[in-house]
Design a protein around this ligand. Structure first.
Ligand code: HEM
Length: 382
């Protein structure tokens, strides 16, 4: 038997042993590349919203523990519920894409850890509710607030952990049978997955980076509006957190690389993943440089450029994350195996509603920010 036949026979044998559902027989409505691009873009927005909200909550808890009121807590308390609503809304488009592109893997892993997966819904309600309670509560006892915010933070961190468990399991169909037979009730997580904790750290640490940059910008704006140094403690806190977040993310990336199977890493670096990784790292360095310059020169424009570069950076890393998923799944599934039955009309409707939805979000955000700014200026008028 020649080597290529042997490999094909081995793959067929592995596939036969893994109870992998077949892809949707209706196929993809557009070529996979277009689905990938749309999913990277929408997941990028989801991750930015997750990072802003989670990171903002960490800064808020920190200011409450340290009992410092530097003005950051006022901004965070009022904007985190909004951030949470964005992360949920912006999570739905990538949820549609992951179901279309990797549905048979994503559904299977969701069932295997079903009890924890369903827990995401009450945890979301709890985390969101606590942020509103904190915003609307008149009682200013610091310990009560700390408990409320602590519950929200714990719930958010748990949701993130459940997502990482589900996504890693969806990439390793070879583990499904063993896990399912050991615990058909689904009350298990993806224990034993070597990349689990490093990957979790890699997805959670950018929260400090993104929310830190936002605080730098808010601090600069506050000083500008009031014509004094009122915003300095806010932008200093943001700057410190941003840099700590960058170091933590680097450490988590190193830990993830050390736990990835070597052959997967080699395949990733031999393909387009390498290019996206280089772009991502370059954008990360540039965006941090912009945030540092913004903090030093108190320049709003630098801060905005830094944040835009950060969004692009996240999208680059999301592409790398997806290339890695394809490498993990290569022996079980490839996009090329799925027929494409083009339905451009449907895609047109999707893109039009996405653009309209995003435009609406932008208009609403501008309106809410304008009225918050007006309230802030009014309440701090000399
Ligand atoms: C506190 C709330 C949330 C947190 C902390 C969070 C965090 C995360 C994390 C860490 C991942 C990456 C997991 C990995 O690749 O290992 C992820 C992926 C994802 N999240 Fe969220 N998430 C939250 C809420 C939501 C909600 C409410 C939705 C949907 C409405 C959502 C939709 C998604 C989707 C679809 C993916 C994976 C997309 C893909 O693999 O292509 N998330 N989330």
């Amino acid at each position: 038997m020649n080597p290529s036949h042997l490999i094909a026979a081995l793959i067929a044998q592995t596939q036969a042993q893994v109870p992998l559902p077949s892809p949707d027989p209706l196929g993809y409505p557009v070529p996979a590349i277009l689905l990938q691009i749309l999913s990277y873009f929408t997941l990028g927005l989801h991750f930015i919203a997750v990072n802003f909200t989670l990171g903002g909550l960490i800064y808020l808890v920190w200011t409450k523990i340290r009992k410092v009121d530097n003005g950051a807590s006022e901004f965070l308390s009022s904007s985190l519920p909004l951030g949470f609503s964005y992360l949920v809304t912006l999570g739905i488009p990538p949820l549609l894409f992951v179901q279309v592109m990797y549905g048979q893997m994503f559904y299977s892993s969701s069932v295997i850890i079903g009890a924890f997966w369903i827990l995401v819904v009450p945890l979301l309600i709890l985390a969101y509710g606590m942020l509103y309670l904190n915003k609307l509560k008149k009682d200013t006892r610091p310990n009560t607030r700390l408990v409320i915010l602590g519950i929200s933070l714990l719930a958010m961190l748990t949701i993130g952990f459940i997502y990482v468990n589900n996504l890693t399991l969806s990439m390793t169909p070879g583990m499904w049978m063993e896990k399912y037979t050991a615990n058909p009730a689904g009350s298990q997580l993806n224990h034993g997955e070597p990349t689990l904790f490093a990957r979790y750290a890699l997805f959670m640490s950018p929260a400090l980076v993104v929310a830190g940059a936002a605080l730098v910008l808010v601090g600069i704006l506050r000083s500008k509006w009031r014509g004094d140094d009122a915003g300095v403690p806010i932008h200093e806190l943001g700057m410190k957190g941003h840099l700590i977040g960058r170091v933590a993310t680097l450490a988590a990336a190193g830990a993830l690389i050390s736990t990835l199977p070597k052959e997967f890493l080699d395949t990733l670096m031999a393909g387009p993943g390498k290019l996206f990784l280089i772009f991502g790292v370059g954008l990360a360095a540039l965006s941090t440089a912009m945030v540092v310059v913004a903090a030093q020169k108190k320049g709003t424009v630098f801060g905005i450029i830094g944040i835009v570069l950060m969004v692009l950076e996240v999208i680059m890393f999301i592409a790398v994350r997806d290339f890695l998923r394809q490498i993990y799944l290569a022996e079980f599934f490839k996009f090329e195996d799925v027929p494409v039955h083009e339905q451009w009309g449907m895609v047109g409707i999707f893109v039009a509603s996405m653009v309209a939805g995003l435009a609406l979000l932008i208009v609403l955000t501008v309106k809410v920010s304008k009225s918050a700014i007006a309230r802030y200026k009014e309440s701090h008028a000399a």
